[in-house]
Each structure stands twice: as C-alpha cells, then as structure tokens.
Design a protein around this ligand. Structure first.
Ligand code: PEP
Length: 246
C-alpha cells in the first residue's frame, strides 16, 4: 500500500513563515514522491496553502464540524473545507479530545460529516501514559475505533486511522517500532472484523516521529505512514520523513 505522510502544523504559522515552508517543500517535492503527502493546516491558511503547495501535495484541515451548516458559531463544516480543496480532515486529535472534551461519539460524527463531503477523515486514537501504565492501551484504542465503526458502518474502509499515543505527542518520546506495531496489529484486526475492505485502510503512526526514527517505524508491517507534528514545520525534516517512506 502507498504510504501517507501527513503534517499537522497545529496552531503554528503565519503568512510569511508558511510561504517559506511551502516554497521549500515545493522545491523538495519537484520530483513526485512515491508516497502520498499532505499538510493539515490552520483553517485561515487553507487558501494560501492551496495556491503555494507542491502539485503532489494534498491539503488537510485539523478538525471539522459534526454539523452540516447553521448556528454553530466558530465551527467550520466539511462543505466549506471542500470549497478550499481539502482532501483530509484530522478528527479526534488528542489535543481536541483533551482540551475540548471531544467524546468518542462526537469524533465518530465528525468522521461521518467529513465522509459525507468526500473528505477523508484522519481519525486519531491513542492512550494516555496513565492508561498505558495501567495496561489499558488495547481497550482504549479499541473503544475509540469502535465508536467510529459503529457510526460509519461500511464507510469505515474510507477512513485513514492514526495511532497516536498521547504520551508520545510533542514529548520527544516515541513508541518503539515494536510497541507501535503491536497496537497497529490490534487496530488492523478490529478493522478486518468490521469490513471486507480493511486492507485499504491506512494506519498511520504519530508521536514524535522525526527524520531519525521514521525509517524504523515505517518499516513495520502495519504502519502505513505517519502523522507528523513538530517535524512537519521544518522543511528538511519533513522531506527526510517523506524520503524514508519511499
Ligand atoms: C501530532 O500533532 O499529531 C503529533 C504527532 O505531534 P508530534 O509529531 O509533534 O509529536
């Protein structure tokens, strides 16, 4: 399966910094990479990123409303994202689960709203450090994925899944390739039980992936790409991870 390397800029950037980053990425991606590449950017910069991005790169959002339209001040719906050529929408990132109290059910509804507009949700699941230490990793990620399967039925084969252990995000601590693979295998089995088309679902790893550790993580059987936070803000690092995915 073709791997996917997706950057998550989080709430970083400004017009001039984005310009420089996108120019460096476009230069580095002049030869089309063998993997799929995307950057998930703050909503105000979608138009800028669309106009400056490398042709081979897709654009994503970092969230999407569960609602189609209406009186939801501050939210951005999937149809609006579609207007700006958005291909992917991250849903259920741990920072949204944690700081915005997003429930498993809401995350599942957001995935459904994205799919309804032909946008691929990148559904994030992952355990906290306390949950890992309590031996609950499998139970937590299975519960989070089960909600998305329940709400999305056979469309589940259209999602991208991202395993992001919360303790590894932005901390410099990465799951070892073996630890990550073990969870990816659990998620793969759960998808297999839910759909005949599970083989087409990419399962990304996210959590302090960088130029140095990308190759060993991406070499694992069930790791189909990466969701990259901090390292996606530095063109050279992001390009090295893309090269590791070829
Ligand atoms: C993320 O934000 O999804 C992420 C994985 O961040 P980082 O790579 O900085 O850990």
């Amino acid at each position: 399966m073709k791997k996917l390397i997706a950057g998550n800029w989080k709430m970083n950037g400004n017009l001039s910094a984005n310009h420089a980053l996108l120019a460096a990425l476009a230069e580095g991606l002049r030869v089309k990479p063998a993997c799929d590449v995307a950057v998930c950017v703050p909503a105000p910069y979608l138009a800028q990123v669309q106009s400056l991005k490398a042709a081979s790169m897709d654009v994503g959002s970092q969230d999407v409303s569960a609602h189609a339209f209406g009186a939801y001040t501050g939210e951005v719906c999937a149809a609006m994202l579609k207007d700006f050529g958005v291909r992917y929408a991250i849903v259920g990132h741990s920072e949204r689960r944690q700081y915005h109290a997003e429930s498993d059910a809401l995350v599942a509804d957001k995935a459904k709203a994205a799919l309804a507009e032909g946008i691929t949700p990148i559904v994030c699941v992952g355990e906290t450090l306390a949950e890992r230490q309590a031996g609950q990793t499998e139970e937590v990620v299975k519960r989070q994925l089960a909600a998305v399967i329940h709400t999305n039925g056979h469309c589940i084969s259209e999602i991208v899944l991202a395993y992001e252990p919360v303790w590894a995000i932005g901390t410099g601590k990465t799951a070892s390739p073996e630890e990550a693979q073990a969870v990816h295998a659990v998620l793969r089995a759960q998808l297999k039980a839910a759909t005949d088309m599970s083989a087409r679902v990419k399962i990304l790893y996210g959590g302090s992936m960088n130029a140095a550790n990308a190759s060993s993580l991406l070499a694992q059987a069930d790791i189909d790409g990466g969701l990259i936070g901090g390292a996606s803000l530095k063109a050279a690092d992001f390009l090295s991870i893309i090269a590791a995915a070829q």
